[in-house]
Write a protein that binds this ligand. Structure first.
Ligand SMILES: [Zn+2]
Length: 195
């Protein structure tokens, strides 16, 4: 395999090469560590960890049946470097176990698809929407073109005033929050009635 010498690469390319090499190396070694861990402890047991070197050489000959997995832990943050509009990028920050930064970049409709897939399991109804003015209780003019597609929501039975929301998911989250509030009020009423 031809390898371009480092001296012919820019600083950024050298860093990228080193990052890819570390990530692949980390992925392979972690995979092997997982396999060795799964072997029986004792030398006497066949194959056992005592045969680890032999096992390693055997595994090296195996044809890959699945792509190499590199584990990336979420750093707990999502950035919007270009602004939060749907057409822009969302950058999900991650880090591999050996400390290499990894970014998952999701743009456009993929953001909705990803959110929908995540939403099958969890619903972050208290997440803050980054659109300026979303959730405002201001008495805005509905004919304002900036509010095209926005919704003003007032849920009867809650203490909250009517609020403006930028998108159907934000309305849906507001309804879910109101549902929580109403359920809490109902639980209190039942308790009062029982006394
Ligand atoms: Zn919103």
């Amino acid at each position: 395999m031809n390898r371009t010498p480092d001296t012919e690469l820019s600083q950024l390319q050298q860093e990228l090469r080193s990052m890819i090499a570390s990530t692949v190396r980390g992925g392979i070694l972690n995979d092997v560590a997982d396999r060795i861990e799964a072997l029986p402890l004792d030398w006497e047991l066949d194959p056992g960890r005592g045969d680890a070197v032999q096992q390693l050489r055997g595994w090296a000959q195996e044809k890959a049946t699945a792509p190499l997995t590199v584990r990336v832990n979420w750093a707990g943050t999502v950035r919007y470097p270009d602004g939060s509009a749907l057409a822009h990028r969302a950058v999900i920050d991650g880090e591999t176990p050996n400390g290499i930064s990894a970014e998952l970049v999701v743009a456009g409709d993929d953001r909705v698809k990803l959110a929908a897939l995540l939403d099958m399991e969890v619903r972050g109804i208290y997440a803050t929407c980054l659109t300026t003015g979303c959730g405002t209780a201001d008495d805005c003019d509905p004919s304002d073109p900036a509010l095209l597609g926005w919704t003003r929501l007032h849920v009867a039975g809650t203490d909250d005033e009517p609020r403006w929301y930028c998108s159907p998911p934000c309305v849906s989250n507001a309804l879910a929050r109101a549902g929580d509030e109403l359920a809490a009020v109902e639980a209190c009423n039942e308790l009062d009635g029982g006394l």
